[in-house]
Ligand binder design. Structure first.
Ligand SMILES: *[C@@H]1O[C@H](CO)[C@@H](O)[C@H](O)[C@H]1NC(C)=O
Length: 235
């Protein structure tokens, strides 16, 4: 599945491989195949298409938005004040995040429909891999929501609504950020099902946006919980 797996070549790094499955690609080693495939993929994407640009903006804007708003709330408690209590404020932000994510999914679907399918991906095994990824992604997203609850999912920590203890059961024993990687798996599945090169690229951008978000959110959340345990020690 991943590039590193495809690069794995036990008999030596540059041993030529004959690939009869990919029409015309003979005697290329795997790393060159990756580059060629990547070039081919990019050739099938129209970067000047406005629906593509809208989707990219939506993908990058969403985690930026919720981090800025949540940190502002953490510093000033303005949202809690506006809504009267932290729970209502957290529900309002969560609802806003859901709307933004629905819009992001919509804009990605529009971009995928606006651009051509790619013959190389138009195969039943790719289609079923896409279905499997969407099942896996939905499982991760739904189970992590059930484990965290609404406020745990939607940045409750920033509103002073802390979890009693760190959730370590499924799906958090599989991946530390099941919500983000589940959502990424859903988009990857959608791109495979639609045989969509632009869908693949947009999925990669989603993954990068989430990676940045995790690096930004992880240490901050940890700090919030550390402060609580220190406060408890003093009491
Ligand atoms: C995670 O937890 C679930 C249920 O508690 C368990 O069935 C599963 O085997 C665990 N997975 C891993 C990778 O530890």
């Amino acid at each position: 599945m991943s590039g590193s797996e495809r690069n794995h070549n036990p008999a030596g790094n540059n041993r030529p491989e004959t690939l009869d499955c990919c029409g015309g690609l003979n005697n290329v080693d795997y790393s060159k195949m990756d580059v060629t495939l990547m070039e081919e993929l990019l050739k099938h994407i129209n970067f000047h298409d406005s629906s593509f640009c809208v989707a990219v903006i939506a993908i990058i804007f969403n985690p930026f938005f919720w981090n800025v708003v949540a940190r502002w709330e953490y510093r000033t408690r303005q949202l809690s004040r506006l809504f009267g209590n932290p729970y209502l404020a957290c529900y309002a932000l969560g609802f806003m995040i859901i709307l933004l994510n629905v819009y992001r999914s919509h804009s990605m679907t529009v971009a995928m429909r606006a651009q051509a399918r790619w013959g190389v991906m138009d195969r039943t095994d790719v289609f079923y891999a896409g279905i499997a990824l969407m099942v896996l992604g939905t499982l991760l997203v739904v189970s992590s929501f059930l484990a965290l609850g609404f406020t745990g999912t939607f940045l409750g920590d920033y509103f002073g609504i802390l979890m009693d203890e760190k959730v370590t059961g499924f799906p958090f024993n599989v991946t530390e950020n099941p919500m983000y990687w589940g959502s990424t798996a859903n988009y990857l599945g959608l791109a495979l099902i639609g045989a969509s090169p632009v869908g693949l690229l947009l999925t990669a951008i989603v993954a990068m946006a989430y990676k940045v978000a995790i690096r930004f959110e992880g240490p901050f959340t940890e700090q919030i919980y550390q402060q609580r345990s220190q406060r408890r020690k003093h009491e």
